[in-house]
Design a protein around this ligand. Sequence first.
Ligand SMILES: CC(C)(COP(=O)(O)OP(=O)(O)OC[C@H]1O[C@@H](n2cnc3c(N)ncnc32)[C@H](O)[C@@H]1OP(=O)(O)O)[C@@H](O)C(=O)NCCC(=O)NCCS
Length: 323
Amino acid sequence: MKLVVAEGAVLEEIIDATFPIWNEGLTRENYARWNAAQLKTGWGQNHLRRFALFDDRGHWVASAKRYLWPIRLDGRDGVMCGLGAVFTRPDARGQGYAGEIINRLVEASHEQGAIAAGLFSEIGEQLYRRLGFVTVPMDEVDVEVERKHGAPAMLVRAGEERDLRALAALHATRSEGVPFSLRRDSSLIEYALSKKRLLAGLGVAPGPRGARQTEFFVAEEGASAVAYVILTVNAGGWTVEEAGDRDPAGARLGAILQVLLAREPSRPVPLIRAWWPPAMAVPPQVRLTNRVPARDIFMMRPIEKVGIPARAEDVFYWRSDYF
Ligand SMILES: CC(C)(COP(=O)(O)OP(=O)(O)OC[C@H]1O[C@@H](n2cnc3c(N)ncnc32)[C@H](O)[C@@H]1OP(=O)(O)O)[C@@H](O)C(=O)NCCC(=O)NCCS
């Protein structure tokens, strides 16, 4: 068996085969574009690749995306081998190929600094448990924002590329001391933002998943962003993809959310969902309710001797970095 980077005709076949599962409401053509564009971003070029596993007859039988996420885990800076879009072609299932491609990718990533592997499972835990992964708890919450009459007096403007470094610094401060977090620099934040914007831009088709928007706002003091939020907005409501605040109490972030709600005072408050990292203070204007385990099951497997987080409190992870 051989593991190679998926390109050319094989990549086209993989795109065809995976389109029915992971199309996100896009057309076949835009699904291919969305995938290609992610690989071409600055961060994607260096951290994301799609691989194919070939059998001894020279046919591809399985494929997966492999990310090299910079992480801090159990006091160590390293890399997480992130696995996504694990797929075995239907006529080759049940012969261990998914396990094979996962094990090979995990082993190969060790040489590139991976101290652990991670994935989001859409098919429950069983297959991945057998492969040595354990579930890492993450919670999803409703974000209830106290609505004010009129917007708070604070300057909120659209976020820009020049803000990304400040955002990375906010992330580093807020996630400090939490056993597991991504090390998010400006290129990773830009990748996360472009991925969502591309999806929104390409997904102009009619239907419930067609109308999607990404919004990025900052509050600034002096010349730099001191708080921010990135939201996706669709018919179902808002998702706080990520957020930050230099103020440890989060009051500016709360005020940004109030300003955004005050844009449309006559409309009912949308349902706002988030994976709110427990180490991130809840702003005084906000209440988190309906805490449930996140729908997407996150699982990790140690590669080196590192502790895998066992409590949601030990994890600092935004929905923005879902893969
Ligand atoms: C999931 C998938 C990758 C497994 O590929 P595979 O090469 O057949 O996997 P393996 O032979 O290594 O392991 C088979 C095991 O996968 C698990 N499995 C397969 N499909 C599953 C599903 N839909 N739900 C839960 N578990 C599943 C079962 O535990 C199965 O074991 P069993 O045969 O004893 O029941 C393949 O079914 C697939 O491509 N599915 C569509 C894409 C997908 O859902 N990918 C997973 C995203 S997280």
